[in-house]
Design a protein around this ligand. Sequence first.
Ligand code: GMT
Length: 380
Amino acid sequence: MKIAIVCYPTFGGSGVVATELGIALAERGHEIHFVTYKQPVRLGLLGNNVHFHEVHVPEYPLFHYQPYELALSSKLVDTVKLYGIELLHVHYAIPHAYAGYMAKKMLLEEGIYIPMITTLHGTDITLVGKHPYYKPAVTFSINKSDVVTSVSEDLKRSTLEIFHIQKEVEVIPNFIDSSKYSQDYTDCQRTLMANEDERIVTHISNFRKVKRIPDVIQVFHRIQKKIPAKLIMVGEGPEKESAERLCDQLGISEKVIFLGNSNEIDRILCFSDLFLLPSESESFGLAALEAMINRVAIISSNTGGIPEVNKHGVSGFLADVGDIDEMAEKAILILKEDVTMEKFKENARNVASKFDITHILPLYEEVYEKAYNSRYKNSY
Ligand code: GMT
């Protein structure tokens, strides 16, 4: 099938999922066209089956806001016509589902029908999408999608609670390609980051408020009082500077390494023992899944879709949002003894394997078929 994928090309989870999905679909013989404003960060070599079409938004001084949706829908129309695209898959409702719907309408004027799948990722519903300024447009574009998927059961529940949705929402969880992560790989060069007797605790995110970065630091502050440890903070975002200040105030700056955005997530996770994800809200927690497949145990909040990924007492522990004492206590329990830690790390890998791409990709192919086959009986 010839599929156009629209996503954010940045380090965010929705862009990562869209990119990995596109690459895997291309390996299965589909022709994939990414349409976005920059080449997605996880997209390496383009080839016969993987194309990238850049959306340009020319600056015009009259506009206070440059009209990205307009440029995106025009680019979609051109791409569909030029390459004979058969299906449109948009990741993250805002503004992609809206722009996708406009492209559909424009193409229909020319007698071209293109089915659209919208995948909801989280903040497009729970944080941004429900804002009264966006809600009517988000509701409209979800209802006008031919198939709607959500990355967790919890996100499906929230979507149906927040919006008046007439469409069926299908849950297709995020995935991981476990074949990329050898279980035997141990040469992680952990000595670059920590002394031999130290445990390595890691956090990866976009450092937004929703990630509760101060909780990460506070939990680590408690851990390192009991166990020699280092904290590796990966990512960039608005909360980073205050996090660095907090480390300074707590006197732990020497034990905390801020790495910024990285394309070497797997190398970092390879030498990590424990991953902290104390988020306020999280539709899935792809970062935790990536950690788990790299044999990293998880301490997380029990919010949103995280309990669907991190299994309490198995791959790690869950605690109420903000309960840093409980998180620290459970982290120490995992890290204290080698035997316990190894058990949690092994379990984390096993739980993550259930989200292997080989189980999830066919689910996407099924909805593509469904959307494609419904092309003559759709509402506009
Ligand atoms: O977490 C973020 O702020 C990034 C955001 C995104 O849209 O890229 O992540 C969301 O989508 C990911 C992929 O489906 C999920 O794993 C994250 O849990 C979700 N983030 C939130 O719900 C806060």
